[in-house]
Design a protein around this ligand. Structure first.
Ligand SMILES: [Zn+2]
Length: 298
């Protein structure tokens, strides 16, 4: 019996064992495909007759490992992707990885400024971007998958005396302790299921604006509030204010129009909005409708 046949038999036994201890289907299939690929790798190096068998086996293993590693060494759970790897041109400003968010500090779980989403949500975002490009617009993402530990940190922050707080910018008319009751901070967030995005509208081809710095209240005039895109959307992102509600009557006509363009494009690709926040959308047919995740973004 040659090595390839031996490995094939071992892989078969391992697969049966995996089924018996009820590994998830994806793990079983992965194990099976690794076994098959190893056997093929052995076949492809078997013509190197000048190498002793042990070296041929090492070469096959090296071929297999290099074919299996993701481009970025940090792997994600199955079904998740980094949007940047699929669509580098879509603007991102992952604000919870920076101190410029309502808590005034970077949020636990956000080790990198990287939009991570389920593959289904990422594909839908890419379709929205394509559709908007035809109208002269584009997207800018502010938050994507949110680790459950970040949601817990928000709920702790609401109650913690002496916590840093950019309330004068992000919740100018609402006390920190009231943000949960007013529907701006949730005990569980759909973001942790990986198919929810916080997103703004930009003009196609416009230079990306950097993360805003110190600014006036988020629901104040366009000239003094944090500036994330060159378009008027009525308030800044994450503005905990009545003016962030989709149909609020006191925003400008232009802002109402921009919100409507964004909402229509998102809804055409299967996202559902949230009436109180013009930026928040969840994929209606999400792949993990009941599962919050807590892996860190690294
Ligand atoms: Zn959101």
């Amino acid at each position: 019996m040659d090595i390839a046949t031996g490995v094939g038999i071992l892989s078969g036994i391992a697969t049966i064992c995996a089924i018996m201890v009820r590994f998830p289907f994806s793990v079983i299939m992965h194990g099976l495909s690794m076994g098959i690929r190893f056997a093929f790798a052995m076949r492809s190096v078997s013509r190197h007759r000048s190498l002793p068998p042990i070296d041929r086996s090492a070469l096959a293993t090296a071929l297999l490992v290099s074919a299996s590693l993701p481009a970025n060494a940090e792997s994600l759970p199955s079904g998740f992707v980094r949007l940047r790897e699929l669509a580098p041109a879509i603007a991102q400003d992952m604000r919870y990885a920076t101190p410029f968010n309502f808590t005034g500090a970077a949020v636990p779980g956000y080790g990198r400024r990287e939009c991570v989403l389920t593959r289904m949500a990422a594909d839908a975002v890419i379709r929205v971007e394509r559709q908007l490009a035809r109208q002269g617009y584009g997207l800018k993402l502010f938050d994507c998958y949110r680790p459950a530990r970040a949601v817990a940190a928000f709920n702790d922050w609401v109650k913690r005396p002496g916590a840093t707080d950019l309330g004068r910018i992000f919740h100018p008319g609402i006390a920190r302790g009231d943000l949960v009751d007013r529907g701006y901070i949730a005990g569980n967030s759909s973001h942790s299921r990986g198919s929810t995005v916080d997103v703004g509208l930009v003009r196609a081809g416009a230079a990306a604006l950097p993360t805003p710095g110190d600014a006036g209240p988020c629901d104040g005039p366009l000239a003094t509030r944090p500036h994330e895109t060159e378009l008027d959307l009525g308030t800044s992102f994450d503005c905990f204010s009545g003016k962030s509600a989709l149909g609020h009557p006191s925003v400008t006509n232009e802002a109402r129009q921009n919100r409507a363009i964004l909402a229509a494009a998102m809804s055409a690709e299967g996202f559902r909005g949230y009436g109180k926040e013009w930026w928040h959308f969840t994929l209606a047919k999400e792949p993990f409708p009941k599962t919050p995740f807590d892996f860190a973004i690294e």
